[in-house]
Design a protein around this ligand. Structure first.
Ligand SMILES: [Zn+2]
Length: 348
């Protein structure tokens, strides 16, 4: 008890000292400085990205339990092999979301947790990420139909990374509609090692994105595919244009987020940070003012999609348009949290 009171007094006294004279404060540790930079960059916009990336390894209790369950903090071995979520379809009431038209030629086909998107071009549709196998029919195929689009027009399925919550629908869209599946080279390797019984099946290799990246053009639309290895070795991020009432708006899409599996592997941390710099630069060069992820908890896609139905007050922007500076802040959160977590993990 005495200890407790003493500590309390030191705490209060210390706090008073800090308030009275901030300049006398000892320099924050390097890790704290990175966390502070991430917190400032996150503001109120990117709280979940900040918490899940900066603290998942420090205190699993702080991380989003859904992410922890899905293997975000410490992925189970089977995850890369697509085993994740391979079991029965969860109760529809826990995940189903209606599809939404987000921009003139861009549509959200997600569940409440994970996003799939359709980009409509003059020569067909590009699906970006596919979600779990059980969501393919209700969300992607029926979603397109509900929005007046024809699933047979799907020409490409671009997969950000080979984890089941983003790629299990790829094989079905390939088989049923002849869509070509696009994936990073290392993620193709892990995908092709899956057993034929893997949830959603195994797609056959179509378009392989090398570390040099590529521009994928369909009709009048080009996606700049930027390899951002880290979350998985073949993770891809994108920059692409959409139309908002006729004006072009550039989108930056962050393809992989969590770092919980990196441990003390310094190369992986470095690669991840380098990747964030690469996509941040591509986004800045293109003037991207929209930031998307494949998880609604990071980009609030589900909430924003529903906001589209609400009346926009005078001066209010499209709910998905956050501005170029806010897009850059997103990548700053990822970078600074990775640098903090790298130090915490003791990666040399
Ligand atoms: Zn993943």
């Amino acid at each position: 008890m005495r200890m407790h009171v003493t500590r309390l007094l030191i705490g209060v006294f210390g706090a008073a000292l800090l308030c009275a004279s901030p300049s006398a404060q000892a320099p924050a540790s390097e890790m704290d400085a990175h966390i502070a930079a991430a917190r400032a960059a996150a503001g109120l916009d990117y709280r979940a990205t900040f918490v899940n990336l900066c603290f998942a390894g420090a205190n699993p209790g702080l991380a989003n339990p859904a992410v922890a369950r899905a293997g975000g903090a410490a992925p189970p071995a089977g995850r890369a092999a697509g085993g994740r979520g391979a079991a029965a379809t969860p109760a529809r009431a826990t995940w189903y979301a209606s599809p939404y038209k987000v921009f003139d030629n861009f549509y959200w086909l997600g569940t409440r947790q994970h996003s799939s998107w359709a980009l409509r071009t003059s020569d067909g549709l590009i699906i970006i990420d596919t979600n779990f196998a059980w969501a393919t029919e209700p969300e992607i195929i029926n979603g397109l139909t509900t929005l007046g689009l024809d699933p047979r027009q799907i020409k490409y399925v671009v997969i950000s990374h080979a984890h089941g919550d983003h790629d299990q629908g790829a094989a079905e869209l390939q088989k049923r509609f002849g869509a070509k599946v696009v994936m990073g080279a290392p993620d193709w390797e892990s995908t092709l090692q899956r057993p034929a019984t893997a949830a959603g099946g195994v797609p056959t290799r179509d378009v392989v994105v090398t570390p040099a990246g590529m521009k994928l053009t369909l009709g009048d639309t080009t996606i700049d595919i930027v390899p951002t290895p880290g979350h998985t070795p073949g993770t891809l991020s994108y920059v692409f244009p959409v139309k908002d009432q006729g004006r072009t708006v550039m989108v930056a899409y962050s393809g992989g987020t969590l770092t919980g599996a990196f441990g003390s592997d310094a190369t992986r941390w470095d690669e991840y940070v380098e990747s964030q710099n690469r996509i941040a630069k591509a986004a800045a060069n293109a003037g991207a003012t929209v930031i998307l992820s494949n998880h609604s908890e990071y980009d609030n896609a589900y909430t924003k999609a529903r906001l589209l139905a609400a009346r926009r007050e005078i001066g209010e922007e499209h709910p998905f348009v956050v501005g170029a500076a806010a897009v850059q802040r997103y990548f700053t959160v990822m970078t600074e949290c990775a640098l903090a977590s790298r130090l915490r993990a003791g990666a040399k």
